[in-house]
Write a protein that binds this ligand. Structure first.
Ligand SMILES: NC(=O)c1ccc[n+]([C@@H]2O[C@H](COP(=O)([O-])OP(=O)(O)OC[C@H]3O[C@@H](n4cnc5c(N)ncnc54)[C@H](O)[C@@H]3O)[C@@H](O)[C@H]2O)c1
Ligand SMILES: [Zn+2]
Length: 373
């Protein structure tokens, strides 16, 4: 069992990582229930785990009410937010109450935002059930829904009171979703932790095959890395938290090109995006070519896309840059890029010429054109 403390002054909280934790969660949640019924928000793919959680709460003497939403990104919408907040108000949620978000990043982001506005802010607990949510979205307090203008454009910073991570719930997660979440694990190594990248090279395959020690280690290590960065820069003002967006500017362009559909999952876009960020850094002479190739090789080895072709993208560089310009990370007209001097050595560069990026992307289609998987 590992407990990671996210140090944010009065908003500090614990993240507990432990195999089998869901079945024991009732005792940890009971103190947050104030002797009342707790609401659990989840999606229809998570029902087996909902049953475990409800049984555990019942064992601790806590009644619960489940709100089961449609799975998928579509639930991060105004319509679902309205329905959810109405339902929570019907249940009599008060400011001191805690709503439980049981699911992937979609449920966590939606419940986080709903609770940030409900009664001007009530509490919530994250119980993430995808690898992506366990290593990334459940920690750090970014919450959002999507709007017509783009993804995650309407939201709030709202930290959870507690995060309970049971790696065993990943047993039911489809392999493709596991790999997509794993891209965010690799990301922590690439950002500033070369030794962890080496650990990924040695243990990534075992983790994806369901090895419980590897899972627990990777999740705890990733959460600790995220907690450290969030504690330093909660609201992404100093540039430190922006490092967590490694691969995301390129990745979002690829996601936009596929219409944010199942053709390319977020983590798959991030994987290809990280390979491109390293490839671009190498092309600019900032980073050794062999580091860029090593990143791509690890992503390939675990079945993640390592570039445009593998991600199934044939668009021109100019078109992809156009997508980037719609990215919310536009800062006073410039587009900051996370570039690398090597594996574990990344930095924010605000001087990147977008024409150069487009040219690189056009070249990279032909360079990796034989790698289609
Ligand atoms: N807040 C943040 O800091 C942050 C960070 C990264 C991503 N995100 C957001 O997270 C979302 C993506 O999260 P995600 O990848 O977890 O997607 P998701 O929540 O859609 O889950 C992926 C799929 O897995 C299913 N699922 C969840 N748990 C399962 C389980 N244990 N067994 C079987 N199926 C299960 C879901 O129903 C869904 O079909 C995006 O909306 C993204 O914007 C937020
Ligand atoms: Zn991401």
């Amino acid at each position: 069992m590992t407990i990671v403390r996210v140090e944010l002054g009065a908003r500090s909280y614990d993240v507990r990582v432990e195999a089998g934790l869901l079945a024991r969660a009732g005792d940890l949640l009971e103190p947050l229930s104030r002797g009342r019924r707790m609401a659990i928000v989840t999606d229809a793919h998570v029902l087996p785990h909902l049953a475990t959680l409800q049984a555990s709460l019942e064992g601790a003497g806590v009644d619960s009410e489940a709100i089961v939403l449609a799975p998928g990104e579509g639930s991060k919408s105004w319509a679902t937010l309205e329905m959810l907040t109405d339902r929570l108000l019907e249940l009599g949620i008060e400011r001191g109450d805690h709503v439980i978000a049981l699911g992937g990043g979609v449920i966590g982001d939606l419940v986080g935002f709903a609770t940030s506005i409900l009664k001007r802010g009530c509490g919530f607990v994250q119980v993430p059930t995808t690898l992506l949510a366990q290593v990334d979205s459940s920690v750090g307090g970014k919450t959002a829904i999507n709007s017509r203008a783009g993804k995650n454009l309407v939201g709030a910073f709202h930290q959870p009171e507690l995060v309970l991570i049971d790696p065993q719930v990943l047993d039911t997660l489809p392999a493709r979703q596991q790999r997509a979440g794993y891209a965010e694990v690799v990301k922590y190594g690439l950002i500033d932790d070369f030794a962890f990248f080496e650990w990924c090279e040695a243990n990534g395959a075992a983790l994806l095959a369901g090895d419980s020690a590897a899972r627990e280690y990777a999740i705890a290590h990733s959460v600790a890395a995220k907690a450290r960065i969030v504690a330093e820069d909660e609201r992404e003002t100093t540039g430190k938290r922006a490092l967590l967006n490694l691969g995301h500017t390129f990745g979002h362009a690829l996601e936009a090109e596929t219409g944010f559909s199942d053709r390319l999952l977020h983590g798959e876009g991030v994987a290809a995006g990280m390979a491109l960020a390293f490839g671009f850094s190498a092309a600019r002479g900032l980073c050794p070519g062999q580091d860029a190739e090593r990143v791509a090789a690890h992503l390939r080895a675990v079945g993640l896309p390592d570039g445009l072709a593998a991600a199934g993208i044939a668009a021109s560089g100019a078109r992809l840059v156009e997508h980037m310009l719609h990215d919310k990370k536009m800062d006073a007209g410039t587009l900051p890029f996370l570039l690398a001097e090597g594996i574990g050595r990344t930095y924010l560069d605000k001087t990147v010429d977008l024409g150069e990026v487009a040219e690189f992307l056009d070249g990279s289609v032909t360079a990796t054109g034989s790698d289609i998987v």
